[in-house]
Every structure is written in C-alpha cells, then in structure tokens.
Design a protein around this ligand. Structure first.
Ligand code: AMP
Length: 633
C-alpha cells in the first residue's frame, strides 16, 4: 500500500519558505496538524528571555505511538516496518509494524519492571541490530529518554556520557561485528562502569551467538531471559517539551555536548522532513545508511521513516568488504529501495574499490529515485561519478546533530526545488540561513563568513544541552545575538544556494563522524614527554578529514620520539576509539604562534594539505612555517 498517488509536490518551495520565515507560528501550527497528538497544542511558539524558543509547549503525544501504533491504526500493521540485513552476521530478517510494536511494547514493559520511569535516562550502547531500534522505541513508549552511544566509542567516552546522563539502565549486546572481526562489547561496558562515579542499576544485554558475554552478579541481566513473562505496555502521553532523547556530540572541548531533542517539535519535524524534504510517501522503502549512534540513525533510520509509514532498511555492514563494493547496489535491488541517505565517504570508498562500477552491472536500480548525501562535504568528483554511474540524481544537503533534520536541501515534496550541484542547496522552510563576518555584520551573496540561522529555529532543533543550558547559550546563541551560530563557514550565492566550506571551530569530520581536535589535543598534552601540541584536521581522500598531531617534545626526550609517537597513537585509540583515525604524529621543534601566543591552526592546515598560504601578519616568527613544511615532508 503505497500512497505515491497522493504525493506532496503541490505547493511551491519559495512560497513555503517565505511563509515559514514571515510567520513561523502559523506555518508550523499548520504542519503540526499532521501529527496524531493526544492533546493538540493550543500555542505553537513561545519566545524565552534568553533567546531560546519553545514549540507546542502544551501539546501531549508519544513518539513510539506515532512510529508504530499510529501507522497500525492507519492500516499498516502487516506492512514491513523494518528490514534487517547483516552481511557481517550472515543474517536477514524483517518485522511488520505489528511485530515491531509487539516487540517494543514488551521491551517497554521490561524497562518499566526494571524501574525505568517517565523522565529517566537509559544508555544504549549497541551494534546495528534491530534490538537497538527496539530499545530506542521502548524508551519512548514509557517516556524515558534514550541516549545512544556509538558502539565504536572507547570505554572512556562511554563513561563520560554515563556520568553526565546518570542512566537508570544500560542496554548493550555481547558484540559488534566488523568485517571478519568480532568486537566484544561487554568488556568495554565493564571497563566504562569501572571508570564512572555513577552506576546504573542494571546492564541489560542481548547475547549474540558470535560471542557470548560473561555476566556479573545481579547487575547484569540477559535480555531474552528477562523478557520472559513480561506483559506489553501501552504508550504513555508525554509533554511536547519532554526530552525524547539526548545525543552526545563533539564540541570544541573534551566534554561532549548532550543535545536534547524534545518530543513535540521532533515529531512535527520528522513528518515534515520525510515528506517535504525527502519526498517519501507512506508505504515506500527508505534506507538511511548510517548507525543508530549518530543523529542520522535517530532521524533517518528510526523515527522519520516509521512515523511517515515507510519501511526502514536497517543495515549492519559496510560499503566495501561486506563482502564487496557492490553491497549497496545489492540492497537497493533486493529490497526495491526508493531513496537512500549516506555519507560521501561511503561512496568514495566504493569508488576506490570499483571505479568503473563493475559491481553495479546487471543490478536493477530502477526502484531508486534519488541518493541523498550529507554529513561532510560532497566533492564534485564523487558527485559526478556517482550520478554518472547510477543515472540517478545525487542530492547534497546539510544538517547537524543540533538541528536534527536538514537545514538546506532540495525539498522534493515541494515544487521548484531544482538542485544546484556543488552547493548544499537552499534553505529548507523554517530555516533563514545567513552569512556573517566576525563582527556580526550580515554579508552579501558570494561573500564567505560564518553560517548562521535567524532565530527562532524551527521545531525539532535543540534548544538546550543536557544539564548545561548556559553552555548552549554560549556555544550557539551568544556569538551573534539573534542568530544561531552553526559553527560552519561558507557562503550563499545570488540564487540562495548555500555552499558549506567547513567548520570554523576545532571540530573535524572523519568519515562523517564529528570529532573534537581539542579533545585529542588535551589527551596528547597529558603525555609527560609532550611540551605542547596542535591537532588539526587534514584532507584525506577517502575519509574527508583525518587528524594530524604536531607535537613539541620536552627537552631531553628527542631520543625516544618514536616511542612517544606510538604511545600517543595508542592513547587516543584507547580513550576515544579507533574511529578517530588518529595515526599521524609529527614531532616539530616549535609551533607557529601569534604574538599573543595563539597557535596559527589555519596556516598549519594549509601547509599540511599542501595548499598555498600567506604568512599571517600576526605571526611571532615566520621562519617556523618553513620548518613545519619540511617536517611534514
Ligand atoms: P553532525 O552533527 O555529526 O551531523 O555533523 C554536522 C557537521 O557536519 C556540520 O556542522 C558540517 O560541518 C558537516 N556537514 C554535514 N553535512 C554537510 C554537507 N552536506 N556539506 C558539508 N559539510 C557537512
């Protein structure tokens, strides 16, 4: 049952965008009618004195009900809700909306039995298995907040998040699977719980046959055994402003930011984005290629497709080597995928292994309409290659964990959305995107600067950080009063197309994963042999960016430089995880500084990337730049 005949695309993009900015309150009141509220909100928008906003404050709803029970009420019970495909576990399975709702309702009953109540936090540290999505939805069903921590994070990172959220319960699985490697998760969880001051009551663990975990005392519970005899529970109404989830993302310091997503605005945004941005209709097959540990996993693997009545493909595998660079084409053909989302890095990896697309030959890609790419810069060479190979439109769009849904994109559900290749396309309705110089003056077309969004942000965007509202104000709202500072730099052309050039802060993007160079620098600085260091992001052909550490050693330790380099690499791997790809440490005699003592990172990045640079006027000693260039070879 596919509703394509009633597809959106009836109104013009420009009209929608204009209305959404001129009168956000009426625009979003209208959009909010799409949501099956328990109590419809009477007031859409409230402005707070500190510059933040509240959407639909008096509304009541339940996000799990909207994702499962409501589509069932609309007749989708026997439609597939989730298709699990795991080349690494050699396993395929699927769940209808009825089946998924039943699984989730029982798991929600178990969470409640274990003492989780409305408003409590739950950490989910799991691989890409359907139980991860069930865990998220089960939390939502009883009004608990989930916080999914990406399985690639090391115990130290998991511990930071546990201590910040103080969860009642931690859900995990016995292992993750990567290519031919088995990664036992339980020892990582045990290690994290040794590091934390806060201890959750229980660890609920899903045993995978590839590696069974050892359980400890009454704290650890076996998921399947614990479910025995548990009764399903119904969704509970929560307030629009109650958090649905907390998702930690890297900021510029070692302490991750707990992005808070409220139920009400999120639901409105999810339905809007699936229909108006991605042009999807109920009954269609959607594939968000990511991991539940990232915002894309929340928005585009779980909540938006299910709330919109689509089938979501849940893939536990890689673009290459599981078993080959044709994996994506197989999935599209096998499940008749209608549209997908992935990060450019995945396509670059496929291109490297199969540049001529031999693995695509003979595959039927006729079901797919578009490929949406985001998470990092889409280089034009990959863009053109992918479009030529597939014969399908490749659409770049831009968003962040904080916004939770696309800020700029071609809006396929609206007319007049034609994309401009090379750009991340135009602002989605609700977002007034502008560019500013350092002094806070708005810049004109083509002029590069900081990308900002005029307040209010539309529904669904975070309005606070978990337990640290003042950090939210300081990080996002205070630099340019009246605007949200995205932390990205770029420009907008005469026709309103937005070009993202990269971060303006110390955040880098490795394979679409956002990481803090400040955090790595902190760790490097903790080594007793290191006098000072700078960690910067440098260009990488496949991963987009990778970190590079320049370190100045203390006098007298030069002899052991090789050993120090190895220790630093091991340290970052242990504390942050292999996902940081921290493999390059270069010893230098000194770092280039301004006269006021600030490290000149921008020029370091240029030297490392082999780009032309001008010697900054503020530099203390220009000779250093040549030394660095020589050290970097
Ligand atoms: P995350 O919060 O992990 O999703 O990372 C968000 C950041 O990724 C943004 O602030 C950008 O720096 C980058 N990003 C996301 N999408 C794009 C895109 N289409 N083009 C360039 N950079 C992007």
């Amino acid at each position: 049952m596919n509703d394509r005949k009633g597809a959106p695309a009836s109104a013009h993009y420009a009209d929608h965008h204009r209305q959404s900015i001129a009168d956000p309150e009426s625009y979003w009141t209208e959009q909010a009618r799409q949501v099956a509220w328990y109590r419809a909100p009477q007031q859409a928008l409230q402005s707070m004195p500190d510059g933040t906003h509240r959407w639909f404050a008096d509304g009541q709803l339940n996000s799990c009900y909207l994702a499962l029970d409501h589509p069932i009420e609309l007749g989708r019970g026997e439609q597939l809700a989730l298709i699990y495909d795991s080349p690494v576990a050699d396993c395929k399975s699927s769940y209808t909306f009825n089946q998924l709702r039943d699984e989730v309702a029982r798991l929600a009953g178990l969470l409640r039995k274990l003492g989780v109540e409305k408003g409590d936090g739950v950490i989910i540290y799991m691989p890409m298995i359907p139980q991860a999505a069930m865990a998220m939805l089960a939390c939502a069903r009883i009004g608990a907040m989930h916080s999914v921590v990406f399985g690639g994070f090391a115990p130290h990172e998991l511990a930071l998040r546990i201590d910040d959220l103080k969860p009642k319960l931690l859900l995990t699985a016995s292992c993750g699977l990567e290519f031919e490697r088995i990664i036992p998760y339980k020892p990582l969880v045990d290690k994290a719980l040794e590091l934390t001051t806060f201890k959750p009551d229980h660890v609920l663990l899903w045993q995978r046959p590839q590696s069974l975990a050892h359980m400890h005392g009454p704290r650890d519970l076996d998921w399947e055994t614990a479910l025995d005899g548990v009764e399903p529970v119904e969704p509970v109404p929560v307030s629009s402003l109650d958090p649905l989830y907390i998702l930690y993302t890297s900021g510029t310091t070692g302490k991750p930011k707990g992005i808070v997503r409220e139920n009400g605005g999120h639901a409105v945004a999810m339905l809007y984005t699936m229909r108006q941005v991605y042009g999807m209709c109920a009954g269609e097959i959607w594939w968000g290629v990511s991991d539940v540990g990232w915002v894309v996993g929340h928005t585009l693997i779980v909540y938006a497709p299910l709330m919109a009545g689509c089938t979501t493909v849940f893939y536990e595998g890689k673009p290459i080597r599981t078993p080959d660079a044709g994996a994506y084409w197989r999935i599209i053909e096998e499940y008749r995928v209608n549209a997908l989302f992935c990060a450019p890095t995945a396509m670059r990896a496929i291109r490297k292994e199969d540049p001529r697309g031999q693995l695509l030959e003979g595959r039927d890609l006729s079901s797919i309409r578009q490929l949406f790419l985001a998470g990092e810069k889409l280089d034009s060479s990959t863009h053109q290659w992918l479009e030529m190979l597939t014969g399908k439109p490749v659409l770049d769009h831009w968003w962040q964990t904080e916004t939770g849904w696309p800020v700029t994109a071609p809006c396929l559900g609206l007319e007049g959305h034609e994309p401009a290749p090379g750009s991340s396309n135009r602002a989605v309705p609700g977002f007034a995107v502008r560019v500013m110089d350092e002094e806070g003056h708005l810049l004109g077309p083509g002029e590069p600067g900081s990308i900002v969004i005029t307040l209010p942000l539309p529904p669904g965007c975070s309005q606070t950080l978990w337990g640290d509202h003042s950090r939210f104000l300081q990080a996002y709202l205070q630099t340019f009063p009246g605007y949200y500072n995205t932390g990205d730099g770029g420009y907008i052309d005469d026709n309103g197309f937005v070009y993202i050039m990269g971060r303006t802060d110390d955040v880098i993007n490795v394979s679409g994963h956002r990481l803090s160079t400040g955090e790595m620098e902190d760790l490097v600085g903790q080594h007793p042999a290191v006098a000072e260091s700078a960690v910067i992001g440098v260009h990488d052909e496949i991963k987009g960016q990778v970190p590079l550490a320049l370190v100045v050693l203390n006098d007298g330790v030069e002899e052991g430089a090789g050993q120090v380099q190895r220790e630093l690499i091991a340290l970052v791997r242990e504390r942050i995880g292999a996902l940081a790809c921290f493999n390059r440490v270069v010893v230098v005699k000194r770092l280039p500084k301004t006269r006021s003592g600030k490290t000149l990172r921008a020029v370091l990045r240029k030297i490392a990337d082999g780009e032309a640079y001008t010697t900054p006027a503020t530099i203390d000693d220009p000779a250093i730049l040549q030394e660095i260039a020589t050290a970097l070879g």
